[in-house]
Design a protein around this ligand. Structure first.
Ligand code: IMP
Ligand code: MG
Length: 194
């Protein structure tokens, strides 16, 4: 028998996860709440949900089902230049939106705002395409985000500035399918090939 810890592998269900920061139940409750709020705010309008691949796929799928106003979806894939550990704010579009957003009510759905540089770039890019409105819903926002002036209308959870995985978020493309959000063990961090 191993000594019990706060969130041992038995509790998290995954040996690589040190600590669960947000449980699957907490995510479900918050996403339902955000969906209700967004439905209220967009009453009488159609919202175009724009998710940033791949991290936002889980929140996109759940949030879209919690939104009751008419909606459609589009996806972008972007990659930041520079090291994988820190964001440079210099971004390249890997996959652009399929359709024009001119005159549409666009809600960007993001997984996490860390430095905020990626989102700043994205908002500038999308704003130049003349949407009727442009707002952001981020599942996670890290405290100490370098761009506090960034206007994010909907935030799921404010979390400490630690690296997290699960519910769409990856480390070297792994762990996206975990139903909760947690931190990686030092062993798992050292093991993964980046
Ligand atoms: P930012 O430009 O520093 O805000 O970086 C945002 C992007 O970096 C996110 O969309 C994620 O793809 C990635 N990222 C930032 N923090 C984490 C994390 O804790 N886990 C996994 N990916 C992260
Ligand atoms: Mg992302």
């Amino acid at each position: 028998m191993t000594a019990p810890s706060r969130t041992a592998a038995g509790a998290t269900g995954h040996p690589d996860i040190d600590e669960v920061l947000v449980t699957a139940d907490e995510i479900a409750a918050r996403v339902a709440g955000l969906g209700a709020l967004i439905s209220q705010d967009y009453a009488g309008r159609e919202v175009l949900l724009v998710a940033v691949l791949k991290g936002a796929v889980m929140i996109m799928a759940d949030l879209a089902r919690a939104i009751t106003v008419p909606s459609s979806m589009d996806f972008m894939a972007i990659s930041s230049y520079g090291s994988s550990a820190s964001s440079s704010g210099v971004v390249r579009i890997l996959k652009d939106l399929d359709r024009s957003i001119e005159g549409r009510h666009v809600l960007v759905v993001e997984d996490v705002i860390d430095s905020g540089l990626t989102l700043s770039w994205l908002l500038r890019n999308l704003a130049s395409r003349n949407p009727a409105s442009l707002e952001v819903c981020a599942l996670l926002r890290k405290r100490d985000s370098a761009t506090p002036e960034l206007l994010v209308r909907y935030v799921g959870f404010d979390i400490p500035s630690v690296f997290v995985v699960g519910y769409g978020l990856d480390y070297a493309e792994h762990y996206r399918n975990l139903p909760f959000i947690g931190t990686l063990s030092a062993a798992a961090l050292a093991r993964a090939e980046l």
